[in-house]
Design a protein around this ligand. Structure first.
Ligand code: IMP
Length: 427
């Protein structure tokens, strides 16, 4: 059975958590390979709501191994908090969780640096989640980062932390006019985290390659979405990792050919949280309806999400870049009741019409969306169990998306609960 990846093809928050939770039944192993606690996956099971920032969405399923691989930046306090939060709700997961020793840690000074950089008067403001993601990946690229293995070896930790904190404290005080951090406090905190994390630490790349060789079904769970990818998204308004299937091989330590089947998750409309170009953005009544109806407020920061129509050229770009095999289209129910539903089918830039997504961010910033409207539907869709149960106009909208992208749908999500889903096999 091939490994499967589930990734977001918009600007994050596409509803990946629900899709992964849903198809995890078929998985033996669920893997996070990039990003960190900037992600926020909401899963609703039996009326109970769970929000994870670092744990893979498979943790709610018994008998599945959950892996936090080397490409993730791990905030140790956040991770331990999520593990203990689940335990306090009667769900034991330690025996099913493996954390890569090679993953880099998000340290307290990374979060402060994120905050200081975003608070600067000059320079680009990304509107980050403030979780220290960019500074942690910067230290990784600078070869100065602290990895999980370093955290559990006190001598290594002490030496590395001294070097890091010396540099960061100079930045805090001399560049940002801020406060330094005390070595002994950060060291003590990190030492305790290391001791608590140690039993979970594994060489996860080897573990995953062995699982693949044994024909176990491995699921790679993306965080954020392709349009936030550091190389292929709307740079600089992006996150600091390859937030799509292009990041899997390096972020998990598996051969690229191991990624067999790729599912792209897209909402039936678009949202974006944080700064940066968003050509299909709406304001006014329709945007308010999508925001309220879809609870479009950040799971990590609570910020209201910007809302817009489904952006076909952007999704087609994502499909081509990742080589998607199938689509999961989510939140179709949120569009119920709109008299008309729109698709962005191109852009007008400097008076010229473009059918393809422009990769140069300033061009995208100057683009005006070309929107094609389709008739909406008023019938409640949440109880549908088969494709044929959906209203004709809803099916026509889905067909417009899939034919314009050249990718078939595999899953349609029509409500937050696990049951509110139509799978291609059962359609
Ligand atoms: P960072 O990842 O916290 O550095 O934030 C960089 C950009 O990515 C900001 O625009 C964030 O709002 C956005 N971002 C990060 N994580 C998520 C996510 O899980 N969903 C949606 N947007 C995200």
């Amino acid at each position: 059975m091939p490994a499967t990846s589930v990734i977001g093809v918009q600007w994050g928050d596409e509803g990946k958590g629900k899709i992964i939770d849903l198809i995890t039944d078929r998985a033996d192993v669920v893997v996070r390979f990039q990003g960190g606690a900037n992600a926020g996956h909401t899963v609703i099971v039996g009326g109970e709501k769970f929000v994870f920032h670092l744990l893979p969405s498979g943790v709610l399923h018994e008998g599945k191994l959950n892996v936090i691989a080397n490409g993730v930046v791990v905030d140790p306090g956040q991770l331990l908090g999520e593990v203990e939060g689940l335990e306090s709700r009667g769900r034991e997961i330690r025996s099913r969780l493996a954390v890569s020793g090679a993953a880099h840690c998000v340290m307290p000074y990374h979060k402060r640096l994120d905050e200081y950089r975003e608070g600067r008067k000059a320079g680009v403001k990304i509107g980050t989640t403030g979780r220290g993601i960019g500074p942690a990946y910067s230290d990784k690229a600078n070869r100065s980062g602290i990895r999980v293995w370093d955290l559990i070896d006190e001598d290594r930790l002490e030496a590395k932390l001294h070097a890091n904190l010396d540099e960061k404290n100079k930045l805090f005080t001399r560049v940002f006019d801020g406060e330094p951090m005390r070595f002994d406090e950060v060291f003590e905190q990190a030492r305790v985290w290391g001791a608590r994390l140690a039993p979970l630490v594994r060489e996860t790349g080897k573990l995953l390659r062995e699982a693949l060789a044994a024909e176990k079904h491995v699921f790679f769970e993306g965080a954020q979405g392709l349009m936030l990818d550091i190389d292929h998204g709307t740079y600089p308004f992006v996150t600091s990792s390859n937030s799509d299937s292009l990041g899997i091989a390096a972020g998990a330590g598996v051969p690229p050919r191991a990624i067999g089947h790729q599912i792209g998750v897209a909402k039936a409309y678009c949202t974006r949280v944080g700064a940066g170009p968003f050509p299909s953005e709406l304001d006014g009544e329709v945007a308010d309806r999508l925001r309220e109806g879809g609870s479009e407020f950040g799971a990590t920061t609570g910020r209201p999400r910007r809302c817009g129509w489904f952006d076909v050229p952007a999704a087609r770009y994502a499909a081509a870049l990742c080589g998607l095999d199938g689509l999961a289209i989510t939140k179709l129910d949120v569009m119920t009741g709109l008299p008309e539903v729109g698709l962005v089918t191109g852009y007008r830039i400097d008076g010229e019409l473009y059918e393809d997504y422009p990769v140069d961010t300033p061009m995208l910033e100057r683009s005006e969306p070309v929107v094609t409207m389709f008739p909406g539907w008023t019938e409640d869709v949440t109880g549908a169990t088969r494709y044929q149960d959906l209203p004709q106009n809803c099916r026509a909208f889905v067909a417009e998306i899939t034919s314009r992208l050249g990718v078939p749908w595999e899953i349609l999500s029509i409500g937050p609960a696990r049951e509110s889903t139509i799978l291609r096999e059962t359609a």
